[in-house]
Every structure is written in structure tokens, then in C-alpha cells.
Design a protein around this ligand. Structure first.
Ligand SMILES: [Fe+2]
Length: 435
């Protein structure tokens, strides 16, 4: 059984902490008013596990005096300090002395008590995939872990906050334990999202990461970006992050051979199609417009821009983005609303892209026509003769990337009849086979 001394001048806080420690850890807390009284008690009880103390009480440097006594006498007592006026990197300090959740959290940790007991159940929380936290080193707000109390009841445990730095190791161990989401208070969602955008932008600007670390970072940033766009539209932060992701992908495909290096890497990875297809498409289109399809050269920039936006209306839904015919759509098992979304995603994507004032001229048309329909609805076969040639070119490259992803790269040739498509496919298969 643990022994705890609470050195606190606020009677209400003493009662609250003592009550929670009794309830959650089964320990009786002994209240004391200052360092002198506490030291007298420590002389009688030298095996106290924990003292939670205010940094200062009146003129007394309470925490420092207690720490000195503990060190001089070699006591096994842990110290948690609350409030301002004490600095020691080795001692847990909660600078807001009213933050009882944090004080309790650290106390339970010292007492080796499972931590699912703390919550503010009345608040609303928003979930974020846990991977989003991997590139972060600090936080602008509190982050919570959701713990199951019963089949229908949950606790939210504050796990990180601005004074308690995040580490990729601790996130990594949560991932290993099967945790898939962390939570922030709903009122913090917007500012936390802006913080994520800024953090990813500065991480992406750093040089010297390995190829796979760059891919992982790009994937996290891209997944977050798509969620942002679906929640808030193409707002300023999303545009900036999108631009940075685009630049980084173009840099990566410029520095690494697409076939076999990049493709082999992606093929073995578990990265989603919505992410992979942007890289492969950008790589393929950069190469073909520079070397083999020079008449497409003048459309190169809008074509490349379309690689990053053509499926934007589908977010990260691979199952939707992989559909490329009416048959597949009808047999997909998607709900009516989802089917409608797939039907219209090219038109919707073009519409959304136009929110970007800097969108390159012609990119929206390619996005709208990327499944062959002038109005961006459905999957006409053959593609409508009304679509522009650059859109037709994009459509074939997009189809090829899809077939590659599905492991059927060679099959595409059988699906097309016109000469232009056949010529593109032949070149793509040659590229893929490194001929
Ligand atoms: Fe699409």
C-alpha cells in the first residue's frame, strides 16, 4: 500500500486529490501545510512513496526544501511539484496548480496504478489517426487516449500536452498495442489541424531523410490533407500543405528512377492506392511529356497538377478511387450515396480544385474529364470524343497506374481500340519493363 503526503494550501484541492487517490489507488493521503511539518512527518515515516507539493507556500521554498531533505537522507520518496517557482528537470512539475487531472495522472503513474480512471466525460472529443502524431515533437493542446470502461462507456485520459512532449517512441508503442486513434477536444480541432499542417510543412522542408522515411512522411501528410479538404475545403493551410506535398513528390520522382526503384518500393509497401497513384502518375506524366509525347509538353504542368487533385473528392477511400467502370460501380456493394459520390467525383474534384486561385489553367478540365466524360459524371466507354486530348492522355496513364496497382499492367492494352491510347499504353509497358 502506498503512502502519499499532500502539501497544499488549497483545502478544496487537497480534498479532491485525496478523494481521487483513495478511489483510484486505494491510498490514504496525509495532508500537510508546509515543508517543516512535512519533514517532521518524514522522520517518522521514511518510506513515503510520494509527496505532491506546491512549489512555494508563502515565503517558503517548499518543494526545494523537501527535495533537499529527501536527497540528504536518501529517501525513496518521489516528488511531484505544482505551481510556479520551482525548476528541476528531473522532477515532474505541473505548473498549473489547479490542473488536478495532470497532478492525478502523474501521481497514479508514480504509484503504478492503471490510468484509465481520469476523465472529463462531459466534453466532446475529435479523433485523429495515431500516425498523424508520429512526425510531431510538441503539441499546442492536450491529447487524450480513449479507454474502454464497459461496452458502452469510455474514459478519456489526458496523455500528452504542451508541457509533456510527445515522442515517436511512445506513439510507436501505442501503435503496437493496437491503438489507432488519439483525441483532442472538439474546441481545439481547428487550431490543432493548423498546427499539424504547419508541422508537416516544416518536416517536408527538411532534407536528408531516407527514401522510405520521406514516403512515410508524405503519406501521413497527404492522408491528413485529404481529411482537411473534406472537412474544411481547400483552405489556406490545405493549399500550402498540398503545394508542399506536390513539390516533394516531384522532387522524389525526379531523383529516383520510377521503374524499377520507386515502383518496386511502392509495390511492396502497404501504402494506399490514393497515395501511390499520385506518385506513379506524376512520375509517368513527367517522363512521357518530356520524352515521348512532346505534343503533350504544353499541357505538362496542368497534367501534373491533376495527378494530385483528380480524386480529391474521394478523400482516402481506395475502394471508391479504384472504380473505373459502371459495372464495377454497380457491383461494388457501396451505398447509394457512395455510388453517387463515385459517379460525380471527377466533376466534384474539378469544382473543388477551382477553389485554389493558383490552379494552373486547364487542370480543372483534365480533372473533370479524367474518366472520359465531358461533364465529369460516370465512366463512358469509349471516352467521349468531346474531351480534350490531354484529358485522354491523362485517362490512359491513370488507368495504367490502376492496372499496375491491381497487378494487371499488361491487361490494359486489350481494353482500348483507338490508336492514341494504344500508343500510350505501348510506351507505358516499355517503361515498366525497362525496355
Ligand atoms: Fe478518378
Amino acid at each position: 500500500m502506498g503512502q502519499v503526503i499532500l502539501v497544499e494550501e488549497d483545502h478544496g484541492m487537497t480534498e479532491l486529490l485525496a478523494g481521487q487517490l483513495k478511489k483510484l489507488a486505494g491510498v490514504e493521503s496525509i495532508p500537510r501545510k508546509n515543508a517543516i511539518d512535512t519533514i517532521e512527518l518524514l522522520k517518522l515515516l521514511p518510506k513515503v512513496n510520494l509527496i505532491v507539493t506546491r512549489a512555494k507556500i508563502g515565503d517558503e521554498n517548499t518543494a526545494q526544501e523537501l527535495l533537499d531533505f529527501i536527497n540528504e537522507n536518501g529517501l525513496p520518496t518521489n516528488l511531484i511539484v505544482t505551481g510556479d517557482g520551482f525548476e528541476n528537470r528531473d522532477i515532474t512539475t505541473v505548473t498549473d496548480e489547479r490542473d488536478w487531472e495532470d497532478i492525478l495522472f502523474y501521481s497514479l503513474q508514480v504509484l503504478n496504478v492503471p490510468l484509465e480512471g481520469i476523465n472529463k466525460a462531459t466534453r466532446d472529443y475529435t479523433s485523429f489517426p495515431i500516425e498523424y502524431f508520429l512526425p510531431l515533437r510538441n503539441l499546442p493542446c492536450s491529447v487524450f487516449l480513449k479507454l474502454k470502461k464497459s461496452e458502452t462507456d469510455f474514459y478519456f485520459l489526458k496523455r500528452y500536452h504542451s508541457g509533456r512532449p510527445i515522442s515517436s517512441d511512445s506513439i510507436g508503442s501505442y501503435i503496437k498495442e493496437g491503438v489507432s486513434e488519439l483525441f483532442v477536444l472538439e474546441e481545439d480541432e481547428r487550431s490543432f489541424s493548423n498546427f499539424l499542417s504547419d508541422s508537416y510543412i516544416s518536416e517536408l522542408a527538411k532534407e536528408g531523410k531516407t527514401f522510405s522515411a520521406t514516403m512515410d512522411l508524405l503519406h501521413i501528410a497527404d492522408t491528413f490533407l485529404k481529411r482537411q479538404i473534406l472537412s474544411f475545403g481547400l483552405v489556406k493551410n490545405a493549399i500550402q500543405l498540398g503545394y508542399r506535398i506536390q513539390q516533394k513528390i516531384l522532387k522524389v520522382v525526379g531523383e529516383h528512377p520510377l521503374f524499377p526503384d520507386t515502383w518496386n518500393y511502392l509495390e511492396k509497401s502497404n501504402l494506399p492506392y490514393t497515395f501511390q497513384s499520385q506518385i506513379m502518375l506524376a512520375g509517368i506524366i513527367s517522363e512521357l511529356t518530356q520524352e515521348n509525347f512532346l505534343e503533350m509538353g504544353k499541357h505538362q504542368n496542368p497534367l501534373i497538377e491533376a495527378c494530385f487533385l483528380h480524386n480529391v473528392a474521394l478523400g482516402t477511400r481506395d475502394d471508391m478511387a479504384l472504380i473505373s467502370s459502371m459495372d464495377e460501380l454497380e457491383n461494388s456493394g457501396l451505398s447509394f450515396d457512395e455510388q453517387l459520390k463515385v459517379m460525380n467525383h471527377a466533376a466534384d474534384g474539378a469544382e473543388m480544385s477551382l477553389m485554389r486561385q493558383d490552379l494552373l489553367f486547364g487542370a480543372d478540365q483534365i480533372i473533370r474529364e479524367h474518366h472520359g466524360a465531358v461533364n465529369g459524371m460516370g465512366f463512358p466507354v469509349p471516352p467521349s470524343p468531346g474531351i480534350k486530348k490531354a484529358s485522354h492522355f491523362f485517362l490512359i496513364c491513370d488507368e495504367f497506374v490502376r492496372e499496375l496497382f491491381l497487378g494487371k499492367g499488361e491487361d490494359l492494352d486489350k481494353k482500348v481500340t483507338d490508336e492514341f491510347s494504344k500508343k500510350i499504353i505501348k510506351k507505358l509497358i516499355d517503361m515498366w519493363r525497362n525496355k
